[in-house]
Design a protein around this ligand. Structure first.
Ligand SMILES: Cc1ncc(COP(=O)(O)O)c(C=O)c1O
Length: 446
């Protein structure tokens, strides 16, 4: 191994060898590479750099906060900027009366939401409430608990590491919920009812669900009425609904929360993360509805599970306020129009070789590919100036493809560059394969 490869192997962030995308700079949605090339960031980093990079607004917020306080532990003082963030965030997502727990990342947001849901249902519905039910097509973070609970077993391949936990119902999507000719519909929510009833509702604290699937299946969108039916089923059984909007929250799908695409789908609790920090800071936020939040302070309640040393850090809060400044400055009509155009351009690619399906909404799409095409296509896209994120998680045999999720601040020109590069890369791969087959045939006949 040469010195350069050895150095790359020391960074323990990816099972695959790191690609030769050596990022040394950035501007907005563009990455600048060491070799002088520019790549368009077609998946907002890890689906988080939603307002692009090096924003002057975000910088000004962090700089200003730096001159005031750089630490204020929210367990012992009343930290001004964190409270400002809480108010602003709740307004931004249309849940102005919610209580908020702030954390340092999405995984911890999920862990805190689990703890809060247990506390709330134990005060309200009895001390045995503990179970958290998830679907078989889900990802909720990389801690031992969240990996054990969720359905994405590509990230936790060994059953013996599952802490005796695991997903409890099928997500309403074809790779894991195949019912022949009839597609999934709202009645697939009956699986959630069955899962609760098998355990006994008196043991269940919450159903934890991604309202729109993120990077496990590649942007599956639930059938109309499904989320509403899940909420009704849970309400009938005194079980809370937690939406994991770590990836989808804050306009990624075109609305402040993905659940807003449907009526009657508002959850009891929401977890936000990636779009809130915008890639500028690690952060997670758990929003708890005003109907249940007072139970957290009830005299019978267990201690709050929400406090960590770096949770609600002032510089983190400042960065998030800057990201909200950026998000709220985006013209909503234009954002929706660009999202629709992106979706339309991607859907035309279902006519191209290797493309099995395109799904998604807003600025979040999954392009499912024929087996074996994912990594060659990612490389071909990079050669054409676009970086994209893979998904490899769903079904058996596993489906795979790319997540297309450009920053929300991308221009129409940027989006055109992305879709032109992607369709060009697919076509080039198909031509290369045809040529290889033809020359093999020629050799065979020669
Ligand atoms: C839906 C969902 N939940 C939770 C997480 C975990 O967030 P983090 O990586 O910030 O810990 C992710 C990350 O990809 C996610 O997509």
């Amino acid at each position: 191994m040469d010195q350069y490869s050895a150095r790359r192997a020391r960074l323990l962030t990816s099972s695959r060898p790191l690609p030769d995308v050596d990022v040394v700079g950035s501007s907005g949605p563009w990455l600048h590479l060491a070799d002088g090339r520019r790549l368009f960031d077609g998946s907002s980093g890890l689906l988080c750099a939603n307002v692009g990079q090096r924003s002057p607004e975000v910088f000004a917020r962090i700089e200003d906060q730096f001159t005031r306080t750089t630490f204020a532990g929210a367990a012992v003082v009343r930290p001004h900027i964190q409270m400002e963030l809480m108010d602003r965030l709740c307004q931004a997502v249309g849940r102005p009366g919610d209580a908020v727990a702030l954390t340092t990342c999405g995984t911890l947001g999920v862990e805190v939401a689990i703890g809060l849901a247990r506390n709330i249902t134990r005060v309200r519905n009895g001390k045995r409430r503990a179970d958290i039910l998830t679907s078989d097509l889900s990802y909720h973070g990389n801690s031992a608990l969240t990996l054990a609970l969720a359905g994405n077993h590509a990230r936790r391949p060994r059953p013996e590491d599952g802490l005796g936990l695991g997903p409890s119902f099928s997500a309403p999507y074809p790779p894991t919920h195949d019912h022949g000719d009839t597609g999934c519909d709202a009645s697939c929510a009956d699986e959630v009812a069955r899962a609760i009833d098998i355990r006994g509702a008196e043991h269940v604290a919450a159903v934890l669900i991604e309202p729109v699937n993120g990077s496990t299946g590649g942007a599956y969108v639930p059938p109309p009425g499904y989320l509403r039916r899940v909420s009704e089923i849970c309400r009938e059984r005194d079980v809370l609904v937690i939406h994991d909007e770590v990836l989808t929250g804050l306009w990624r799908t075109g609305t402040p929360l993905a659940s807003r695409h449907w009526d009657g789908a508002e959850p009891d609790m929401v977890i936000l993360s990636k779009g809130l920090g915008g890639g500028y800071t690690g952060v997670g936020a758990v929003l708890v509805s005003p109907e249940i939040a007072p139970l957290i302070r009830h005299e019978d309640a267990d201690p709050l599970p929400a406090m960590g040393t770096m949770a609600t850090h002032p510089l983190q809060a400042a960065a998030c306020l800057g990201v909200l400044d950026e998000l709220e400055a985006i013209n909503q009509t234009d954002l929706l129009a660009r999202g629709r155009q992106l979706g339309a351009a991607l859907r035309t690619m279902t006519d191209l070789p290797y493309v099995r399906d395109v799904r998604g909404l807003g600025h979040l799409y999954g392009v499912e590919l024929a087996p074996g095409m994912l990594w060659p296509l990612m490389e071909a896209c990079e050669r054409r100036g676009v970086f994209l994120y893979p998904f490899t998680g769903a079904g058996s045999p596993k489906s795979e493809g790319i997540v297309v999720a450009p920053p929300l601040t991308s221009t129409q020109e940027d989006i055109d560059h992305l879709t032109t590069a992607l369709s060009g890369a697919i076509t080039a791969l198909a031509i290369a394969r045809t040529q290889r087959t033809a020359s093999k045939d020629l050799l065979g006949h020669g």
